[in-house]
Ligand binder design. Structure first.
Ligand SMILES: [Mn+2]
Length: 171
């Protein structure tokens, strides 16, 4: 499950995958997205610790959050568990780091990454319902993003899992 918000020159991209499948997984993911939406003013440590505490009553989620300053192109990213995120810049893919743990079930280390985005760079986030080895360099990355997301989804989704993918293009 994903969501995104543009507010005061800052874009947030959030990918949250509830543990397991079905209704209880959905409840966990919704709770996580809801917490992030209401706390976008917090720094990443508080954002993740706060979310971990707020959704303790759920199964928990794997989650990645990207915060992009639309003016400067500065991106901050942190992830816990096996959601994936990468930047596609000038024909090169850079994977962003996710730490071990479960948001809502505890985690130790939160590594916050900073990257400088350039115009036309892509930020691609997806759940473990897509193969980690997804190779973005093989696609037309300059065209329509819905088409790109759909192609990646078709080529790499794991048949027995649900999956979500979100792509953001820096302007
Ligand atoms: Mn999953």
């Amino acid at each position: 499950m994903y969501d995104f918000w543009h507010k005061d020159g800052i874009t947030h991209l959030v990918m949250a995958d509830g543990l397991g499948h079905g209704n209880l997984a959905e409840i966990a993911a919704l709770a996580a997205l809801n917490h992030i939406r209401n706390n976008t003013d917090k720094d990443f440590a508080d954002l993740f610790r706060g979310c971990d505490a707020a959704i303790r009553h759920t199964r928990g989620v794997a989650m990645g959050v990207a915060r992009i300053d639309e003016k400067t192109g500065l991106l901050r990213y942190a992830g816990i568990g096996n959601t994936r995120a990468m930047i596609f810049s000038q024909e090169k893919m850079t994977r962003l780091t996710s730490n071990f743990g479960i948001v809502g079930g505890g985690f130790r280390k939160l590594f916050i990454e900073e990257k400088q985005l350039l115009p036309n760079d892509l930020v691609i986030m997806f759940t473990d319902g897509l193969h980690e080895r997804a190779n973005i360099t093989a696609y037309d990355t300059q065209g329509d993003l819905m088409t790109l997301a759909y192609r990646i989804f078709q080529d790499y989704h794991i048949v027995r899992d649900d999956a979500a993918i979100m792509i953001y293009r820096m302007t």
